[in-house]
Design a protein around this ligand. Structure first.
Ligand code: SF4
Length: 463
């Protein structure tokens, strides 16, 4: 059946990257707009295999060009229900990456696609070929889908119009978990879809923590596990509560050991520093510890500038992903900012010291009102010096940590320094965290370093 296509289709092409020089076209992505969406429909509403294109086809696109791109699928089947939409939608990423020469990244409104020049040379010339191959994979792999049709859009105005509607649908899905909390359920859901490129990553999806890709919430996990219990989404009985604040459960730990191949043995679902959730690479937002102010900054994929620690999203994403517990960096879904348990063992919102303006605007309604003006963006601060000044000026609650740490440091200060030396407040940095020292002329990055320091004394240079 796959012979009808001018490209090979196999899971072995997952992970294939299309670099800029090899790219025929770029679709959606950070410099354009797009989305992917799956909607459930009644069996008699769907014409199985139908494809509609709104906008120019691949054959009309110039080499090296960039275009908006939307992919909408309607699915039907006796077991298909709206709760399955997000799960099926997430598989678009997998299945499209089975297509040789076609790279699909991210999800929902963040999709980013590139098509390789070689694929065009081999005969790929229409989005219909892509859509038909993807629909074939959906039906082959997800047996509950009995009928499917696809609409792809490359017309810029139509992408904009339908994207606005899609965002309302994503928001409505995410809002369903608002009244439900971790303590209200006995079962969480796991997902190992991303083990193809991050083999030790297993996402744990709970009512209070959406998946880090932002595409799968607790209800979605439940629906997927119901129709395909042996599939990549599955139930995780919580077991005993070990740490209610950090979000540690015996059932999750048991499953984590089994799924990580022994890479780690404990997960605290809401902790930033202690046994944090792993991050595969699909996260919508990266959290990064800033030792200089003992706070946590957050940066999302849409931010193309440099965060106050001197690093871009792409650099920090590289440190965060890979399916390991990286203490000091954490990948999350945007909706996790709306969780009442958001990094609660680490101070929650009181520990948040920076995020890009557009991300802040997106989640403004969920930021505690008293913190909204105290939280700087790229418009207020540009580096560690201006960050510290802003936090001091706005009396950000993270300053309470500085006072405590300075007091503790003073108490411990040895008498021989006579108080003349300066002791750096030693933030509660767990062993193993990536540390960055910067702000002056030198920056040192220690990734996964275990450094234990009892005391640092700075003395002026003898002349
Ligand atoms: S990021 Fe996690 S929840 Fe999302 S698809 Fe990957 S493994 Fe599944």
């Amino acid at each position: 059946m796959a012979n009808e296509f001018p490209f090979e289709i196999s899971p072995m092409f997952e992970g294939e990257r299309v670099r800029k020089d090899d790219m025929f076209v770029e679709l959606a992505g950070p410099k354009s707009r797009g989305f992917e969406l799956v909607r459930a429909a009644a069996l008699d509403e769907i014409e199985d295999g139908k494809f509609t294109l709104i906008g120019p086809d691949l054959s009309k696109m110039e080499e090296g060009s960039r275009h908006p791109y939307a992919m909408i699928y309607r699915i039907a089947g006796k077991l298909v229900e709206p709760d399955l939409e997000a799960i099926v939608e997430r598989r678009n990423h997998d299945f499209q990456n089975y297509i040789q020469g076609y790279m699909h990244l991210n999800q929902r409104y963040d999709v980013w696609v590139r098509i390789n020049k070689d694929a065009i040379k081999k005969g790929l010339n229409s989005f219909e070929q892509i859509a038909k191959a993807t629909m074939m994979l959906f039906k082959n792999e997800l047996s509950f889908i009995e009928k499917i049709e696809a609409t792809y859009i490359t017309d810029p105005d139509e992408v904009e119009k339908q994207r606005a509607e899609a965002i309302k649908i994503y928001e409505a899905r995410d809002a369903r978990t608002k009244g439900l909390h971790d303590e209200d359920v006995d079962v969480f859901y796991g997902c190992t879809l991303c083990q193809s490129f991050a083999p030790t990553n297993a996402c744990v999806v709970t009512p209070d923590r959406i998946s880090l890709c932002g595409a799968i919430n607790w209800f979605d996990g439940r629906a997927a596990a119901k129709v395909d219990p042996e599939g990549p989404q599955f139930a995780i009985p919580k077991g005993e509560v070990i740490d209610a604040i950090g979000g540690e459960y015996s059932g999750v730990n048991e499953k984590a050991v089994a799924l990580s191949g022994g890479e780690y043995s404990r997960i605290k679902i809401h902790s930033f520093f202690e046994y944090p959730h792993t991050s595969c690479g699909c996260f919508e937002v990266v959290g990064f510890y800033i030792p200089e102010v003992d706070g946590i900054g957050w940066v999302d994929r849409d931010f193309t500038g440099i965060a106050p620690n001197g690093l871009a999203f792409s650099t920090m994403a590289g440190q965060t992903g890979g399916g390991k517990q990286i203490i000091g960096f954490l990948g999350v879904g945007v909706n996790y900012f709306r969780s009442p348990k958001f990094i609660q063992p680490d101070g929650g919102w009181n520990r948040v010291v920076w995020m890009p303006k557009h991300l802040k605007e997106k989640i403004k309604a969920d930021i505690p009102p008293e913190l909204v003006d105290k939280l700087p963006t790229e418009e207020n601060v540009t580096d560690l010096k201006t960050l510290k000044e802003y936090l001091e000026k706005s009396q950000h609650p993270v300053m309470q940590r500085w006072t405590k740490e300075e007091a503790a440091a003073e108490e411990e200060a040895p008498s021989e320094t006579g108080g003349a030396g300066w002791s750096m407040p030693s933030p509660s940095m767990p062993a193993g965290m990536p540390m960055q020292f910067g702000g002056g002329g030198t920056k040192l990055n220690f990734k996964n370093a275990k450094i234990s320091i009892d005391r640092i004394i700075f003395k002026s240079k003898e002349k």
